[in-house]
Design a protein around this ligand. Structure first.
Ligand SMILES: Cc1ncc(COP(=O)(O)O)c(C=O)c1O
Length: 378
């Protein structure tokens, strides 16, 4: 069958092209001011993100991986400390614990692909120091359950909210529940810059003061070096670009939620799929749909068929949960996650998509399963 439309999974040139003049003007403005490192655009961005999520402090960091790693160090995670995280996440989540000297302990996710509170409870030992839930795909975990476990065992919470800027649980934004959290501004993120970028969110004065030094060679405001630090500041140019994009962010989230509603309406009757929670399925959650990750029977065949039809899809993390990277030393058996990873697939989800694109994608998915059942009947 001839392809009548191309729907890439993500279209980087289109994202730039749709805003080319404004982005070029920002580049020229920042360049003419020579405002490259720790300038007013970064200060303004940090203040605006803090206000947006309802937190006391935000610090721009070079990327979310560094943000998590430095946050681990700022709360005092060190050699021998166990930190429990969900294996359905980017390897960066575990790397942050590793580079702070701690031991990352992977656990299963639940049916909504987020960390399973019971699995967390089961993994707590006398070496556990923190819980590190990933607010995956733009959805915030049941933070009440996570908080209860943390309180019961005296553990800190650090959120990997790389994918969840503006996502809420019970009206409270991801990134504001624990001692600290990270957000990623990688170009394909809901708020993406033109390269790498990230930030830490915290309400804790001590964590904030340490992180400010950790991201800047360990220096305090007088230039005195107080601790071993990194060079991991968010570039001022990226902050200026993000300031511009932040002004349109709420509309971008609304559009993502609208796309999710369209996928839901057009695909929910297919018994071969398990769709992500719909926008109105649970009033405690406000999801921003960083990704539209579903479970599909015959996932690999569906994916190949969609590619033939011009539809780009993605299997997150290259198809492996973190505990499956055995070269990193993981030995845990997580059967639920292993089985889930045979079915996971992400459909295109971004603001470059038109309603016609969504209809086309859904038509192709339906076509695949219709062909499958007529082949089975023949
Ligand atoms: C869940 C999660 N954690 C951490 C990261 C790392 O973010 P960054 O690429 O900004 O370092 C990502 C980025 O994809 C992510 O999705």
């Amino acid at each position: 069958m001839a392809t009548n439309r191309i729907v890439p999974f993500f279209n980087y040139p289109a994202v730039f092209g749709s805003d080319e003049q404004a982005l070029t003007d920002i580049f020229v403005d920042v360049g003419r001011r020579g405002a490259f490192i720790q300038q007013r655009d970064l200060d303004e961005f940090e203040r605006r993100i803090a206000k947006f999520v309802g937190a006391k402090y935000v610090l721009g960091i070079a990327n979310a991986t560094d943000a998590l790693h430095l946050a681990m160090r700022a709360i005092g995670i060190g050699p021998g400390d166990e930190v429990i995280f969900c294996s359905h996440t980017m390897v960066a989540t575990a790397a942050a614990v590793h580079f702070a000297g701690g031991i990352p302990v992977p656990v299963n996710c639940g049916a909504d692909h987020l960390i399973d509170p019971q699995a967390v409870e089961d993994a707590v030992t006398d070496k556990t120091k923190a819980i590190l839930p990933t607010q995956l795909n733009g959805r915030t975990c049941d933070m009440e359950a996570i908080q209860n476990i943390a309180d019961q065992h005296g553990l800190r919470i650090i959120e990997d909210a790389a994918q969840a800027l503006g996502s809420k649980f019970k009206g409270r934004c991801a990134g504001t529940f624990g001692a600290a959290a990270c957000i990623s501004f990688y170009p394909a993120k809901t708020l993406g810059c033109l390269g790498d970028g990230g930030c830490v969110i915290t309400n804790d004065d001590d964590v904030y003061n340490k992180l400010k030094q950790l991201r800047d060679h360990g220096r305090d405001e007088s230039g005195e070096v107080r601790l071993w630090g990194l060079n991991s500041r968010l570039d001022n140019l990226q902050a200026a670009i993000l300031n511009h994009k932040l002004s349109h962010y709420e509309a971008a989230i609304e559009r993502r939620r609208e796309i999710a509603k369209q996928y839901d309406a057009k695909l929910r009757d297919l018994p071969q799929l398990v769709l992500p929670p719909s926008t109105d399925s649970d009033p405690r959650h406000f999801d921003i749909y960083q990704n539209y990750e579903l479970e599909a029977e015959d996932r690999d065949q569906l994916r190949a068929y969609l590619e033939e039809q011009g539809v780009g899809t993605l299997v997150q993390w290259g198809g492996k949960a973190v505990h499956q990277f055995r070269d990193l030393g993981f030995t845990q058996q997580l059967f639920y996650t292993d089985r889930l990873f045979e079915k996971l697939l992400m459909l295109p989800m971004n603001t470059s998509l038109s309603n016609e694109d969504i209809s086309y994608v859904c038509g192709c998915v339906r076509g695949f399963y219709a062909n499958e059942s007529s082949n089975a009947a023949a």
